[in-house]
Design a binder for this molecule. Structure first.
Ligand code: 5GP
Length: 120
């Protein structure tokens, strides 16, 4: 899948659309989800142009992958959910129900996240 530079998270990265930023470094940006599903619901995105987990895991440099993982852990600690627990989630493609085609990891916390996935 070809990266669409006009997706909403690309616009947030370029500063064309505002976001409620919670963290930023060389590799990642984290901001609150506009439609939170838990008291804590933050999205962590790489600064590079990657469509999804599949693209990122295949094509990102080791430093970008390490940067994303470090950022996710750091943000969770900063949000105060490391002790109480949290869930991270990344949707890829159609069966993953991915809506925004820029790789992102959700951090959910502040309340129990329930079963891992909805039963079929
Ligand atoms: P996906 O289903 O792609 O994993 O999740 C996309 C997430 O992006 C959804 O939870 C949705 O609420 C969030 N989202 C969509 N548009 C915006 C936006 O403009 N700003 C923010 N902060 N979140 C957004």
């Amino acid at each position: 899948m070809v990266y669409d530079p006009n997706n909403i998270f690309a616009k947030i990265l370029r500063g064309e659309i505002p976001c409620d930023k919670v963290y930023e470094d060389d590799h990642a940006l984290a901001f609150k989800d506009i439609n939170p599903q838990r008291p804590v619901h933050v999205l962590v995105i790489p600064k590079g142009e990657y469509v999804s987990m599949d693209d990122f895991s295949h094509n990102a440099a080791d430093a970008e992958i390490a940067g994303m993982m470090r950022a996710i852990g750091h943000v969770a600690r900063e949000l105060g959910v490391a002790d109480s627990g949290y869930r991270i989630l990344a949707n890829h493609g159609s069966d993953g129900n991915q809506e925004v085609p820029h790789f992102h990891v959700h951090i959910f916390g502040g309340a129990n996240c329930g079963p891992m996935v909805k039963r079929m």
